[in-house]
Design a protein around this ligand. Structure first.
Ligand code: SF4
Length: 202
């Protein structure tokens, strides 16, 4: 255990079910805070280290495991490896509950292994899949789960052995959510034309 179940995770947003943030239907947690500053980032509002929804590891794990019909949890951001210790504890609890865990990170796997925070290696050890690397707006990715073609999909455990999404082509996928109160949010990996159209309509 790296941070303890009472340690808090600063959460930007979460959804119970998404079909575009990894294999199958998944719950998604977007963490708050990222210092990597990729030009053209889809989620600039997640960058600041400001308190948002600060949930304990236990509360977030209980929420993730309470969602019916999903095969796992995806960690996105913001930068998950900048809150790695408590997220490692969260991932361990979610996997003990029989679900897979995936993380999207702006760090490459080589950078993660060299981070001074021991929580980073602890989180890496609890992942089934890692999609890594800075978003590079000029490198349009084909296929699902990646924002730009430099990003790699690492299969880290047995659960997804044989999965071949990287370079597999197919459509990019995005979800537009309309909440009961009328708020609209976008998730996934829209292509440039869709993103530009949605920004125009904001
Ligand atoms: S690492 Fe992710 S959240 Fe951070 S700036 Fe890059 S694309 Fe945005």
């Amino acid at each position: 255990m790296v941070g303890g179940e009472g340690t808090r995770i600063n959460v930007h947003a979460r959804v119970a079910r998404s079909a575009v943030n990894g294999p199958g239907l998944r719950s998604v947690v977007w963490v708050q805070g990222c210092s990597l500053g990729c030009p053209g980032c889809f989620n600039p509002e997640t960058h600041g280290r400001v308190p948002r929804e600060r949930l304990t590891v236990r509360a977030l794990a209980d929420w993730a495991l309470s969602v019916d019909g999903v095969e796992g949890l995806s960690l996105s951001g913001g930068e998950p490896f900048q809150q790695a210790g408590p997220l490692a504890d969260l991932a361990r609890r979610v996997r003990e509950g029989g679900r897979s865990v995936l993380a999207f990170s702006g760090y490459t796997i080589e950078e993660i292994r060299a981070l001074p925070d021991p929580g980073a290696r602890a989180l890496l050890a609890e992942l089934d899949l890692l999609i890594d690397g800075r978003y590079q707006a000029a490198l349009q990715a084909a296929g699902p789960w990646r924002g730009s073609s430099n990003q790699r999909v690492h299969v880290l455990g047995e659960r997804y052995r044989g999965l071949v999404p990287e370079g597999s082509g197919g459509p990019r996928e995005a979800e537009v959510r309309i909440e009961p109160g009328g708020a609209v949010s976008l998730s996934g990996f829209p292509d440039g034309r869709l993103l530009a159209a949605l920004i125009r309509e904001r």
